[in-house]
Design a binder for this molecule. Structure first.
Ligand SMILES: [Ca+2]
Length: 196
C-alpha cells in the first residue's frame, strides 16, 4: 500500500509530465521556431537555433547583433563575391494538405555595405510529402540592390494551399549571387508561418 507521501509525489510527477504535452499543443507546429533570430542571444555570427544554414563560407551567413526589426538580432547574408554563389537559411514546419498558409519574411538592405551587382534574395517554400519528395513550390519576387536600407520590407506568400500529399513545408530564404557574383549584404528578421 502506498504512503500518502508517495501518492503525492506520483501526483506531482503526473502534473509535471502533463505540462510539456499541453505546451506543445499550444505552440502551433506549422509556425517556424526562432523566427526573430534571438536564440542564441549575444551570438554575433552564430548559426541560429532551429535553423539550418547552407553556405560555402561560414563567416558570410549567421546571426548579426545590433541589427533587428524586433529584439536585438537578425540574420545576415553577406555576399561571398563568387559567381553563381548560393547561401540558404532553411527550416521545415509541419503542414496539413489542402489547408492554407501565409509565409512572411522581412528583409532590409545594409546601410554600410549594401547589395551590389547581380545578387538577389528570395523567400522560397517547398512542399514535401512524407517521403521528403517535393510536391510543389512557391516563391516571392526577388529583392535586389534596390531593397530599402532604411526600413524593413515585407515579402509574403499569402494563403497558399498545401498541395495533396504535403506534410511539411521547407521554409527557406535564399541568396543567389548571379552570374557576376555579388557584393554587400542584407538582413532578414521576423519570419513567420500562419494558418488561415
Ligand atoms: Ca530579431
Amino acid at each position: 500500500m502506498m504512503s500518502k507521501r508517495a501518492v503525492f509525489v506520483c501526483a506531482l510527477a503526473a502534473i509535471a509530465l502533463s505540462y510539456p504535452s499541453q505546451a506543445a499543443r499550444v505552440v502551433a507546429d506549422y509556425d517556424v521556431r526562432n523566427g526573430s533570430f534571438e536564440n542564441p542571444a549575444g551570438a554575433d555570427g552564430a548559426t541560429p537555433a532551429n535553423w539550418m544554414v547552407m553556405t560555402e563560407s561560414r563567416k558570410n551567413a549567421g546571426i548579426i547583433a545590433g541589427v533587428s526589426m524586433t529584439g536585438d538580432q537578425s540574420f545576415r547574408f553577406q555576399a561571398m563575391e563568387k559567381p553563381n554563389g548560393y547561401q540558404g537559411l532553411v527550416q521545415e514546419v509541419t503542414v496539413i494538405e489542402k489547408e492554407k498558409y501565409t509565409f512572411t519574411v522581412h528583409a532590409k538592405n545594409s546601410k554600410s555595405s549594401p547589395m551590389k551587382a547581380t545578387g538577389v534574395g528570395q523567400l522560397v517554400v517547398e512542399w514535401l510529402d512524407e517521403d521528403g519528395q517535393e510536391v510543389g513550390r512557391e516563391w516571392t519576387p526577388h529583392w535586389t540592390h534596390t531593397l530599402s536600407r532604411m526600413r524593413w520590407t515585407k515579402f509574403q506568400l499569402k494563403n497558399r494551399r498545401a498541395p495533396r500529399g504535403a506534410v511539411k513545408a521547407r521554409v527557406g530564404v535564399h541568396m543567389w549571387e548571379g552570374s557576376r557574383g555579388s557584393r554587400g549584404e542584407f538582413y532578414v528578421d521576423n519570419i513567420a508561418v500562419e494558418e488561415k
